[in-house]
Write a new protein. Sequence first.
Length: 394
Amino acid sequence: MPSAPSFPAQPRAAIQDLGGSLIREVANTGMGCADVLAFWFGESDQPTPQFIRDAAARSLDAGETFYSQNLGRPYLREAIAQYLARLHGREVGVPRIGAVASGDAGLMLANQMLLSPGDRVVAITPLWPNLLEMPRILGAQVVRVPLAVCEGRWALQLDRLMDALTPGTRMLVLNSPNNPTGWTIDEEGMAAVLARCRQHGIWILCDDVYERLVYDPALASAPSFLRYCERGDRIVSVNSCSKAWRMTGWRVGWMVVPETLEADLGKVIEYNFSCIFEPIQRAAAVALAQGEAHVAQLRAGLVDSRRLLVDALRAVPGVEVPDAGGAMYVFFRLQGYDDSLDLAKRLVSEVGLGLAPGSAFGPEGNGWLRWCHAVADGAKLLDGVERLARFVRR
């Protein structure tokens, strides 16, 4: 008989060091329970619009079930280019665009293309945990620059960010509007960041998935580096159909990269997922070309649901709710509770209220809770606030 294995079957250290999702940890305590109101995940509670689903169905009926180009079908890349030109008022050449199997995948592809072990990455936090862990998977070091609550709203401490963007920094990760806080960078801050990154040759990785979900009705989108960057700037923008078109489960998005990265992007797509299922590409193209009325309706609903939720929360004793510029979340804290993971679990078990713990977004978020308000029924939000108030009264 052969001897027992001499070496343990374990992944490399960077994978062992990854933390599990604290949002999932909380959700697992209440998923499937009929009396739990779940606001822990970041998605609308309404399905994908019918016209988008119909496009995928037509593609399936036509037998479009084969491999396609790594960077996406030409019709989808062209639809993305036209959409970006309408939105930002500047042409984005098709060679700069790649369709990817989710914004999440696009962010990982960008990290794979740009980072080496030991590289220094700066991130504005609190932040969606995937954006913090992806560089660590590749052996990079992440330096956090925390947002602060200033005059009742989330704000970037620009001086601290400028100090962090040293000549030895490889990449800045920027998510605006930010998940979980809703902080949104302004044009002045964007100009300062772009100038510093140009000065030191720092890559900017933009997670733009919430750019359409701004609360100011006068704005078509949040400020975007795509409006200001010049040919050759070290900027990668990653976006997705998930949030603004209610397509979270479809897993489709796009990247905008410098033209010099087109061939490299095609290669890393080949070695990660090869291509996107064509019915999904058809659906994405239709969403971008015909979805503006839907996006406007979704945005109006988010403005209303946020106002309803924030007003109700601020009436609960001990609750602090800073203002925000966009996304689909209310990030708040409850006086006297410093352990957000424990608090989130107690809310599930004691009053049936499912929220995401702020500690899921880094230590800067501990003591805070994230509430997704992309909910069609305002009564459900008010029921949730009443459950929170009941918890406070205990």
